[in-house]
Design a protein around this ligand. Structure first.
Ligand SMILES: [Mn+2]
Length: 454
């Protein structure tokens, strides 16, 4: 049986073959119920397993078509929202432990083999994931990068830097005209060309700065100019746990200033001179960093003119949401076990990734939606048998409640199945507990259905 949400999510799929489309829905449905399982395990029987492997082998099971279907479903969720964030970032997928896989290339560390994926994930301004808008996968060429290419890391980055511009275009080309989008990205995207790359009128950029650029019309440098300006206010930022460091609340000073950047010097005909660009710089700097740890410091650049302290704080919150795409990569790797998948060729792994995007998005969506919208009825994410089975199992009763449980309640119960203790200090359950619980809920529901279907 195909889950309703799967058919909804893939309603725009066009693989040019109805049987392939049906197979995709079946794979998605089985896979999402048991994301960490191997293909034979989540397929359940030999015939389904064989069909799944045939699906990933088939060049007609195009990653482009699957991505486009998800982009359209994501656009349906975006429609009507006045503002969204688009988080873009790169991740590498390492298959060094499967050396027999063909069609892969060197990663940042040249002894590792795998491929790269650059993903644009849409979220609400509160960080609730809406879906993948664009994804570009590629393999580095062993010949051009060379065995000692680690030394040339900057050269490779320069060569691949076009991905930021391309993702900006791909993820924003079909946005509704009344939806504003803030495209958020990390220090790797601090590329002058990116700031001047054409984009739709309602699209703005927010980038963490890496380069101390020269300002136009005087010889001053960006970082010193902003940090020697006036302190506009103070904010407290939550810093998550890091290796050897507990989570903390960092008290930070906020600076912001309008700056006009001088374009980099160009010499070649292929790279003509670019115009100067006017941006707003926002600096937040921790006032009392821990003795044993690094101070929190973000130097952000945005194409929006920052008018006041409140607006600067809003942009700091937007940048904090960039973390969600790191979580997305985490769910792909640890939740969907991409790097443990065994296929003969990298192409099949990339097809598998296109399918896993949908599963990972949904897990993350559920995790964050339950935090911001916990009072909604749970039927937005669970089928009737699912929530009933969950309720009966958790409460050790055959009776049902008067009212449909809320999203917050069922999320806590699913997490409990995954090992969540729910102590006051634990905070809301994370995505890992949810995918662990999700898997048990599937079995519990199957059993529940045996006793509750007449
Ligand atoms: Mn990055």
């Amino acid at each position: 049986m195909t889950d309703n949400w799967v058919s909804q999510e893939m309603k725009h799929i066009e693989l040019g073959d109805k049987r392939l489309e049906k197979r995709l829905l079946k794979i998605l449905s089985d896979f999402s119920q048991n994301p960490t399982a191997s293909i034979p395990e989540f397929c359940g029987d030999w015939a389904a397993t064989k069909a799944a492997y045939a699906f990933f082998k088939n060049p007609d099971s195009g990653t482009g078509s699957i991505l486009l279907a998800q982009k359209r479903a994501t656009s349906d969720r975006i429609a009507g929202l006045s503002r969204i964030l688009i988080l873009q970032d790169t991740s590498s997928f390492d298959f060094s432990h499967h050396p027999q896989t063909e069609g892969l290339g060197p990663l940042d560390n040249s002894v590792c083999q795998g491929f790269f994926a650059h993903t644009s994930l849409a979220t609400t301004p509160e960080g609730v994931p809406l879906g993948v808008l664009a994804q570009h996968t590629w393999v580095r060429d062993e010949q051009t990068t060379g065995k000692r290419h680690q030394r040339h890391q900057r050269l490779i980055e320069d060569k691949e830097s076009h991905k930021w511009l391309q993702a900006l275009t791909d993820s924003t080309c079909d946005l509704p005209a009344d939806t504003e989008a803030m495209v958020v990205s990390d220090r790797e995207s601090d590329i002058y060309d990116y700031f001047v790359h054409p984009r739709p009128a309602q699209v703005e950029l927010l980038v963490r700065a890496r380069h101390d650029r020269r300002l136009e019309h005087d010889s001053r440098l960006l970082f010193l100019t902003v940090s020697s300006g006036p302190v506009r206010g103070k904010v407290t930022v939550e810093v998550g746990p890091r290796p050897g460091q507990k989570p903390r609340l960092a008290e930070c000073q906020v600076y912001f200033q309008r700056v006009k950047l001088r374009p980099p010097r160009r010499r070649t005909a292929q790279h003509p001179q670019l115009p100067p660009v006017v941006l707003s710089a926002i600096l937040i700097r921790e006032m009392h960093p821990p003795a044993d740890g690094e101070a929190l410091e973000w130097f952000l650049l945005t194409t929006v003119e920052i008018a006041n302290f409140e607006q600067a704080c809003q942009f700091i919150d937007y940048y904090a949401c960039r973390w969600i795409i790191e979580r997305f990569h985490f769910v792909l790797k640890s939740g969907c076990e991409i790097e443990k998948r065994q296929f003969e060729h990298g192409n099949r792994l990339m097809r598998f990734l296109a399918v896993a995007n949908v599963v990972a998005w949904r897990l993350l969506w559920l995790t964050y939606l339950s935090r911001v919208d916990s009072n909604r009825p749970c039927t937005v994410v669970l089928t009737e048998p699912e929530w009933k089975a969950l309720y009966n199992f958790i409460h050790k009763t055959a009776l049902l409640p008067q009212e449909v449980p809320t999203l917050g309640q069922v999320t806590a119960w699913i997490a409990k199945l995954g090992g969540f203790l729910g102590r006051n200090a634990d905070g809301p359950p994370g995505v890992k507990l949810l995918w662990q619980g999700w898997r048990r809920l599937f079995d519990i529901t199957e059993t529940w259905l045996i006793f509750n279907t007449s």
